[in-house]
Design a binder for this molecule. Structure first.
Ligand code: NAD
Length: 367
């Protein structure tokens, strides 16, 4: 029997509540479908700080490095606002991203038919929307040196951030985008600012070259990132996969995601390089939302972002495409049936708590 190792890091606030609903699906898949998930669990964020004085222990970090995939809930909350900076809850997530070398961030924007009326865009623009933003996560202006504020001594200061990309970084992120496009509608749009940034010129050159060398079966378009932002809200369905750098990806993925509704609906995946021996990529799956301390412990958390993150895990880490499709269809069915957590509640729908929403998705998955 295949074994698939999953390491759960529920974290803080609503993280554990949302993770409980994923556990129900994992349990069912092991019992009824023989999926062979080997599940272990650790602490991250404030809960790890309370237990070990660190935002993730070395033992848990080793487990994250050794498993096939990490499922991460959320970290943070007012309780830990004054802990030392280097052990603050978010440091645990940053350490995971760094040590697992998660350079590719995947953010889908999918519009569930039942929620198409609640978008800020016209219904016809987003009905059936299914786009994937692939954002470079470990390079660019967030990490480039020098990065400093200099006192100029004349009452003025100067702030410097450095946008820097090497060829290999652009090659590997665009490789991920082209490979994913092959499993979808086979189209990639690369976004940069080659008209005003040298890093944009190189980005464009490298994406064009790797496309020609290895992925000429995929349709490639280039778009300036500012025009891309406009097109995302004008005609979002024109896109399939968008690949872009860390800074533009940060903004464009938030824009794209919010086309489709609440934070409680948005999953994400972060992938690393394939292992030289096994070909398997390190991977971490997490909802886009945070620990939502304002609603934690009240049964108000929408577990769909966490469950949809698990669906991405099935698809990208375990090639369980059919099961991933079934989880996503189960979410769509429950929404069609009118069940809503409070964050997505609207007139005529039935408000349910976190656990009831999770149970309904499990039951729709079982068919
Ligand atoms: P948040 O995403 O936690 O919450 C923003 C708003 O959206 C809140 O009103 C919250 O109730 C609501 N919301 C979020 N997820 C929801 C869900 N699943 N169901 C229903 N409603 C939901 O962002 P915030 O309030 O800015 O941050 C709260 C804490 O989370 C902070 O400590 C912050 O640092 C942390 N945070 C962590 C992550 C992460 O772990 N990746 C990401 C963002 C923020």
């Amino acid at each position: 029997m295949t074994t698939r190792s999953l390491f759960l890091l529920p974290g803080d606030g609503i993280g554990p509540e949302a993770m409980d609903e994923v556990r129900k699906l994992i349990g069912h898949m092991n019992e009824a479908l023989g999926s062979g998930f080997e599940v272990s669990e650790g602490l991250v964020g404030g809960s790890a700080y309370d237990a070990h004085g660190k935002s993730i222990s070395d033992t848990d970090m080793e487990k994250a490095l050794a498993c096939d995939a990490v499922l991460f809930g959320a970290v943070g909350g007012p309780k830990w606002d004054s802990v030392p900076y280097d052990v603050r809850p978010e440091a645990g997530l940053l350490r995971l991203r760094k040590e697992l070398e998660l350079f590719a961030n995947l953010r889908p924007a999918i519009c569930y038919p039942a929620l198409s009326a609640s978008s800020s865009l016209k219904q016809e623009l987003i009905e059936g929307l299914d786009i994937l933003i692939v954002r470079e996560l470990t390079g660019g202006v967030y990490f480039g040196e020098p990065k400093e504020i200099i006192d100029l001594g004349n009452g003025q200061k100067r702030a410097i951030d450095t946008q820097v990309y090497d060829t290999f970084e652009i090659e590997r992120i665009s490789g991920v985008a082209f490979e994913l496009a092959r499993t979808r509608q086979n189209r990639v749009t690369s976004m940069e600012k080659r008209n005003v940034m040298k890093s944009g010129v190189l980005w464009n050159e490298v994406v064009t070259a790797i496309h020609k060398a290895k992925y000429s079966d995929v349709t490639l378009d280039h778009m300036l990132a500012d025009a891309g932002g406009m097109q995302l809200v004008r005609q979002p369905k024109q896109f399939d996969v968008i690949v872009t750098d860390n800074l533009f990806g940060d903004m464009l993925s938030d824009v794209a995601a919010m086309l489709t509704g609440s934070l409680g609906m948005l999953p994400s995946a972060s992938l690393g390089a394939p292992d030289a021996k096994t070909g398997k990529r390190k991977a971490l799956y997490e909802p886009v939302h945070g620990s939502a301390p304002d609603i934690s412990g009240q049964g108000l958390a929408n577990p769909i972002a966490m469950i949809a993150s698990f669906a991405m895990c099935l698809r990208y880490s375990f090639e369980m495409v059919e099961e991933a499709d079934r989880v996503e269809s189960a979410i769509a069915k429950v929404l069609d049936d009118g069940l809503r957590t409070r964050d997505i509640m609207s007139d005529g729908m039935r408000e349910v708590n976190t656990s009831t929403m999770g149970d309904a998705i499990l039951s729709a998955f079982q068919g």
